[in-house]
Design a protein around this ligand. Structure first.
Ligand SMILES: *Cc1c(COP(=O)(O)O)cnc(C)c1O
Length: 432
């Protein structure tokens, strides 16, 4: 998933924005919040072994509570649907459904898992849905709303629904960027009206909503700019057409408020770092700040009132993933081998997160067995036969020895669902 283009892109952007250094105080406060529960995590590692994911359901509920209250204050009647792809552990979806959220799925497999939770409010989005996947949605048309990705898909959904003799509730996904990779998603805004016209002739699809999704939103600016464009389109719509829109789904992509933490020491020889950031030292850490959720809710609400609600009276949906689950899982590892003062190998490889995340992303490595607020230089390698299998370049601890339990906090988003059995087996998750 990771590649050097992304790293270059990020590095270039940081250079432009005046490198925001991640302050030691911020990291220490974060480390302290985990060391205060050190005994609990050590007991957990003895009970379940390592490598292992710790699932903290309390944190998940706190986030769900905070998310829904913050948004509902600004946007009354808003409904949230958890994007299952961000963490596909069944207990996570189950827990959020019991809390009262709907689910957002992107495949037949996710749809089956969503149905198994008993959830009655499921959105099915994603490109290239197969006939079998659409049929599963039609077979569960009471619970499922299909977010159609193209004209062809509208046609296929009509066919499978006709065969089952049901009317499927649907929305259409809109393309937010007409150029580049994001073109892959949805129908261009310029074709929305003809899409709606076409859908009117279909008896087994009830098109009553719009959806868009932007990603990696450190601020609400992408969401707000698209709402402005959408408003212009709705204003120009003929007759009563806009009145058929009952819901507007603004997608997910909210970045957790700690911001994005990066380091570039990861490129093994510092190659890219030196090319783009000649002054950067290997261990420098950067922080892209993210706006708190209150700002997202306020800005999006303002844009809705100004640009959308004058033309359509609709319910608002949102599809958070990362924001909800990020802090609800942590990884515990055991040091197996110490090959030098500054080089250890642990029992879990980055296959348990599924990508070479820590080559660019910085998370503190916390030695729970021998804790300290001092961070020391040391290569923390996984045990896979590849040098890219790195967890970090430093650790918080008095020292580091075989048998020590290390913690990588906040690994709840886009890790558990991306884990793969490559060389080593998958790691399991258990409740704390
Ligand atoms: C991935 C995805 C989400 C969730 O994104 P996060 O960044 O995890 O909040 C929501 N909606 C759609 C359509 C997605 O593809």
């Amino acid at each position: 998933m990771n590649n050097s283009t992304t790293v270059l892109h990020k590095a270039a952007e940081i250079l432009e924005n005046v490198s925001p250094i991640l302050e030691d105080e911020v990291i220490c406060a974060y480390v302290r919040s985990f060391l205060s529960q050190r005994k609990l995590f050590l007991d957990f590692s003895r009970r379940y072994g390592t490598p292992v994911y710790v699932f903290d359901e309390n944190v998940l509920h706190q986030r769900a509570e905070q998310f829904t209250t913050t948004f509902s204050k600004e946007i009354p009647g808003l409904r949230s649907f958890f994007a299952m792809k961000s963490n596909n552990h069944p207990a996570v979806a189950q827990s959020l459904v019991e809390f009262g959220l709907g689910l957002d799925v992107s495949s037949g497999l996710e749809l089956e898992n969503a149905l198994a939770t008993g959830c009655q409010h499921i959105l099915f989005s994603g490109p290239g849905k197969t006939e079998a996947e659409l049929d599963l949605a039609a077979a569960n048309s009471e619970a499922v709303t299909v977010l159609i990705d193209s004209f062809g898909e509208l046609d296929r959904l009509e066919s499978v629904s006709r065969l089952r003799n049901v009317v499927v509730r649907a929305g259409v996904r809109l393309t937010t960027e007409e150029k580049g990779l994001w073109r892959k998603f949805g129908v261009p805004l310029a074709q929305l009206e003809s899409f709606m016209t076409m859908a009117e002739d279909y008896e087994h699809v009830r098109l009553c909503g719009l959806q868009f999704h932007t990603s990696w939103n450190l601020t609400p600016s992408s969401q707000v700019s698209f709402l402005i464009r959408l408003g212009e389109e709705l204003a120009a719509m003929k007759g009563q057409r806009a009145k058929s829109i009952e819901f507007l789904d603004i997608g997910g992509g909210y970045w957790p408020p700690r911001g994005e933490w990066l380091h570039f020491s990861a490129t093994p020889q510092g190659r890219i770092t030196q090319m783009v950031l000649p002054e950067a030292k290997g261990g420098d850490r950067y922080r892209y700040p993210a706006e708190p959720l209150e700002i997202f809710a306020a800005e999006i609400s303002k844009a809705l009132r100004r640009h959308i609600f004058p033309y359509v009276e609709c319910q608002v949906f949102t599809e958070p993933g990362r924001w909800l689950v990020n802090d609800s899982m942590h990884i515990l590892l055991t040091v197996v081998d110490k090959k030098a003062e500054d080089l250890v190998i642990v029992d879990g490889g980055t296959n348990i997160v599924g990508w070479e995340r820590f080559e660019t992303d910085y998370f503190p490595v916390i030695n729970l067995s021998n804790p300290s607020f001092m961070e020391r230089d040391c290569f923390i390698f996984g045990s896979l036969c590849t040098p890219h299998d790195v967890w970090g370049y430093r650790y918080f601890g008095e020292g580091i020895e075989p048998g020590d339990i290390l913690m990588i906090p906040s690994q709840g988003a886009y890790t558990y669902s991306l884990r793969q059995s490559f060389i080593k087996p998958l790691a399991q998750a258990f409740p704390l």
